[in-house]
Design a protein around this ligand. Structure first.
Ligand SMILES: [Zn+2]
Length: 159
């Protein structure tokens, strides 16, 4: 089976729904981390936080909306460019090998779980993302007091 490659210009309903799932998964990951950078501990609004994929979205499509595959990192530790080589200026995108090492040390069980999942070769059809969307909405509903039915807009064929 051939893995579907991520196409940035794809306008298919499957890819559109996948992107919505990713957005929601990132929002959940940040809320669960209390909008705090999991590397340096700085919080919003002092810093901006991002959802940062552990296993990359482009290579591991089926994991791209898994909340446990997303870290909450401040903008600096997510993607500061390579102006510095100091340990305190490490960033996820600039130092991927060091980043993974740090992740493995600090989240050993999660690291093993994700590593195994990354070896699976799941089919990501429309049904896969529809199920994921429902799962994520339930998760979001569980953590968010301001949850509204609005979020279901655009999902016409649920149940
Ligand atoms: Zn940080």
């Amino acid at each position: 089976m051939i893995k579907t490659k991520l196409c940035k210009h794809s306008k298919s309903p499957t890819e559109a729904l996948r992107k919505k799932c990713v957005q929601l998964a990132k929002r959940i990951a940040r809320a669960l981390a209390n909008y705090t950078c999991e590397y340096c501990g700085k919080k919003e609004p002092q810093v901006r936080t991002h959802g940062s994929h552990i296993y990359s979205e482009g290579v591991h499509l089926s994991m791209s909306a898994d909340v446990d595959n997303i870290l909450c990192l401040c903008a600096t530790h997510h993607m500061a460019a390579g102006m510095w080589n100091r340990a305190d200026h490490w960033s996820w995108h600039n130092s991927p090998a060091e980043a993974m090492e740090w992740f493995k040390e600090n989240y050993p069980e999660r690291y093993e779980t994700l590593k195994l999942r990354a070896r699976e070769n799941k089919m990501c059809d429309l049904k896969f993302w529809q199920d994921k969307w429902v799962e994520l909405n339930n998760k979001y509903k569980g953590i968010s007091g301001n949850w509204t039915i609005q979020i279901f807009k655009g999902l016409s064929k649920n149940n």
